[in-house]
Design a protein around this ligand. Sequence first.
Ligand code: F6P
Length: 398
Amino acid sequence: NAANVAHVQLGGVVPNPHLSLVYQGIDLCKKEGVDFILAVGGGSVIDSAKAIGYGMCMDGDVWDLYDHKRKAEGCLPIGVVLTIAASGSEMSDSSVITKEEGGIKRGYNGTLCRSHHIEDDMVELDLDTILDIADQPGTYLRTARCLDFLRPEMRVHAANNIREMGIEGIVVIGGDGSYHGAMGLCELGIPCVGIPGTIDNDLAYTEMTLGYDTAVNSCIDDIRSIRATSRSHDRPGVVEVMGRHCGDIALKAAAGSGAEICLVPEVSWSIQEAADRLSRLIDMGNPRATVVVAEGAWDSMQPADWRRYLIESGVKGIHEDDPINTEKLALLLKHKCKCEARPTVLGYTQRGRTPSAYDSWFAFEAGNLAVNLLRNGIGNQVIGIKDGRVYSLPIAEA
Ligand code: F6P
């Protein structure tokens, strides 16, 4: 009142805050034209404020967010006056609401509701931390696909946060999407240097991406294990590896493990052709071949009425809209080649191995070059490998 700010109040928040009060809050905000929510209380009050904020920026039922049917498109700005120490909600991006009908308690996480106090998320990486993580698989920083970053206003928000934190340059580790984000930040005056971090090896400007060699080594290890069983049981193995729309992991893992057949998205193939090759191998006395399938290989598969073939072969549970996959391919080969072809999808095993010697070397050299570029005031660059050596070039050319 003293500041002469028009306001309305909504009380009655209970622990495990109720959806009905959230609906009441949304109605009140709409009726009164509220453009800012001040949550005064603890976690339940803040969670309710977030839900009301989301509800104000969408058509339809806010519960759809908590039911994971939709994603939030916006949120009213929310301020917080905490009346208890560290409720947690003031720093996190989550809100938990209970729908009284049925007593359903659900949470929704949305970057739109993240604390603006970014110091909360900051950890300084000192020598001790680095020494402990350098040879670990996975990622210390963690990673996510961030669709928000496609929105110009969110990039401006990020650039402001970066400046506010006194950060002078960013090393962006990722693929195509991350590089687009880096270009966006460079346009806003934040110097960035990109390191090609993806197992897929799908960036044309560099001979290798970081993680690719480790993934290939991981696949070869696993394919060797599968081939050991193929050998002892005289059974072909059908092994799917990752790589998105790129067949590099498949091709190198197949060649490196001695696999007999390899299917990649870059080369057109047909189920019949794969079956003919496998049958030929069996006839020649090799009933234990390995078929390596890139996860994107279905893109280059010639059309075939494989569902009808499986149904006519007596396979149960085949439906009209079933997509082709590695399991189905193994079934097709089993029936067409009269053998016990067994499928394996290697999946995330390829992303969680201890880095290979090559990748550890590459990471060291790329990190070193990235920091030196930024120290010399040079941004808007990406790092790659040409003729076996680490080099840099402008992001736009990558
Ligand atoms: O880009 C790396 C990669 O592992 C691809 O090989 C794969 O297609 C994709 O990520 C899988 O991503 P997600 O686990 O998010 O579905």
